[in-house]
Design a protein around this ligand. Sequence first.
Ligand SMILES: [Zn+2]
Length: 129
Amino acid sequence: MSTNKSKLYSIFTSKCPQCREGAFFENKFSFNVLKTTITKTHCPKCNLKYMREPSFFYGAMYVGYGLSVGLAIAIYVISTLFFGLTMRESLVAIAIGLFTLAPWTLRLSRVLWIHLFVSYQKDPNKRVK
Ligand SMILES: [Zn+2]
């Protein structure tokens, strides 16, 4: 049982938003996009149904878009300020960076999306199934 149940810890360790204990994904993080983004249907601890409604995780695309834009800006700033790359070289660095970090952004966007709609419930008797 985890003693640290902060929302940030739950998001970055991909835990259930309601109990913050159960795993959200079937597999641990890997760079295989097809394998790493498989979401469990229910929380193994509190039995929360992760797919809140049909096509629930389509909304995570907007979160993923925001994450990708933020990463692109960060890569651009780092590549120009610290490495002195030109605009064209920075675009190549952004493309490589976004492609490499795609599995991470896909996972994080899904976890962030469900954390927007399901809040933490400390009392196990009041948890939604
Ligand atoms: Zn749970």
